[in-house]
Design a protein around this ligand. Structure first.
Ligand SMILES: Nc1nc2c(ncn2[C@@H]2O[C@H](COP(=O)(O)OP(=O)(O)OP(=O)(O)O)[C@@H](O)[C@H]2O)c(=O)[nH]1
Ligand SMILES: [Mg+2]
Length: 435
């Protein structure tokens, strides 16, 4: 039997404990003013231990297998004071509960078939997601939509393999299993469903799950000044000496419920100063990792617009003309601002917001998946392609059946039906305690 505080260890209005393990309800009843005999009902009870009142709590009992973990479980809602949390933990230990490891509840849920492996991973992404839209994407996956698609595709793969193996086992009979089963068309359909799935998924690598906005451009154009202006405080150093910013500086802002990470970078120019070269090179990488690049120019650097357009090519970018208080621009820009006077800053924020919004909508993502899932899907695609080729050329049919076995086993690995031990460790270690 295990227990954990599911809410953060901090003073708050309420704290929630979770208990799980066979018989945990009966054991916990020993500490209640009046035993609980019904399940899935919120009941108020006093927790009394060694003759003293510990706290008046709300408790919910769950009986196996109808609980998050699939075992007997209890949720205890107590007052959020640190002393209450400490005393209750003491009661659980006295009753014979052990403190849970991070992710242990979800691991038990997975082992009891309550969650597939990718659903458990989506739980982590949901807990860690910082803005609303990404949270929704992970919850789609938590709800099992993604697993259901893969399960359906897996069943389809199995049924096609039956036809292929039939054609091997009964090759001397006058019956064309492959064409009767429309094997080739159905393989192509599976392939395109898998491609659609990849297209509608966002990879949850850390950098991409944030909307990174990079301030980019030649030295001294006011990138840091603009960055500070958008944040509303002096985060980056500003000076009239070109090359002031040497390294990346980032900071987050919320604008209309979207979380944006602003990144100030070193000015781009040819230089023999080693430290600066490094900074500049890193901002090159940053271009790649950013959702949007703001090219900041001023009246002295307007001539560089074309080279920047060349560097950024297909990258989502906006041209911003700064220092409008000194001189108006001679070309057209997406936005004209002055970091000094504040002119155009609201318009710039709105423009960035619209761009990010369009980005996120345009990509029409349905799920967040992990790098691990993408690798698995890609290897399933390779095996499918190999199989399609053999079937269409009517050769190596035995090997075509093996290809489909591969696809099936990749799907199983995705769902966690078949998994290496260390993978489980990696995944569940990412959880917080109590989940
Ligand atoms: N007049 C005017 N001066 C500005 C404006 N924005 C920045 N400056 C000045 O331009 C100089 C360079 O500003 P920074 O913000 O350090 O420029 P940077 O692009 O970050 O420069 P590096 O980090 O060296 O690449 C400073 O002297 C700022 O005061 C503006 O809107 N108007
Ligand atoms: Mg700077």
């Amino acid at each position: 039997m295990i227990f954990a505080l599911a809410t953060p260890v901090a003073q708050s209005a309420i704290g929630v404990f979770r208990l799980s393990g066979a018989g945990c309800c009966e054991i916990f009843n020993k500490a209640l003013s009046k035993p609980v005999s019904s399940y899935r009902k919120v009941l108020q009870r006093d927790v009394v231990w060694q003759g003293a009142l510990v706290d008046r709590c709300s408790v919910v009992f769950y009986s196996a297998p109808s609980s998050y973990t699939g075992e007997d479980s209890v949720e205890v809602f107590c007052h959020g004071g640190l002393s209450v949390i400490k005393s209750l933990s003491g009661v659980f230990l006295d009753l014979g509960f052990r403190e849970a490891e991070p992710g242990e509840f979800s691991r038990i849920a997975f082992e009891n078939g309550k969650l597939s492996l990718n659903e458990a991973e989506a739980v982590v992404d949901l807990i860690h997601s910082e803005d609303e839209s990404r949270g929704l994407l992970s919850s789609e996956a938590v709800a099992g939509k993604l697993s259901n698609i893969i399960k359906t595709l897996g069943n389809e793969v199995d049924s096609l393999r039956v036809y292929i193996e039939g054609s091997i086992d009964f090759s001397d009979e006058d019956y064309d299993f492959i064409s009767e089963g429309s094997v080739d068309e159905r393989l192509v359909e599976i392939r395109s469903s898998l491609l659609d799935l990849i297209d509608s998924s966002l990879i949850s690598t850390k950098k991409l799950t944030k909307n990174r906005i990079l301030f980019f451009g030649p030295p001294n154009t006011g990138k840091s000044s603009l960055f500070n202006r958008m944040l509303g405080f002096e985060r980056a150093l500003v000076s009239n000496i070109p090359g002031t910013t040497r390294d990346l500086i980032d900071s987050e802002i919320f604008y209309n419920s979207i979380n944006m990470e602003l990144v100030d970078s070193a000015g781009v120019r040819e230089t023999s100063d080693l430290i600066e070269v490094k900074g500049v090179a890193r901002s090159g990488d940053e271009v790649h990792d950013s959702a949007l690049v703001l090219v900041v120019l001023d009246h002295l650097t307007e001539g560089l617009a074309e080279s920047f357009a060349e560097i950024l090519k297909k990258k989502n970018h906006l041209f911003v003309f700064n220092k409008s208080d000194e001189k108006p621009p001679s070309n057209t820009y997406d936005c004209i601002v002055s970091a000094k006077s504040g002119e155009g800053i609201q318009e710039l924020k709105k423009l960035i917001f619209d761009c990010i919004q369009k980005n996120n909508e345009g990509s029409k993502k349905t799920f967040i998946i992990r790098e691990r899932h993408l690798v698995l899907f890609q290897s399933a695609l390779l095996s499918l392609d190999a199989c399609i080729e053999k079937i269409s050329e009517e050769r190596d049919i035995e090997l075509a059946a093996e290809d489909l076995k591969m696809v099936r086993s990749v799907f199983d690995e995705f769902l966690g039906v078949k998994y290496p031990d260390e993978l489980l460790g990696d995944i569940f270690n990412d959880f917080c305690i109590g989940k």
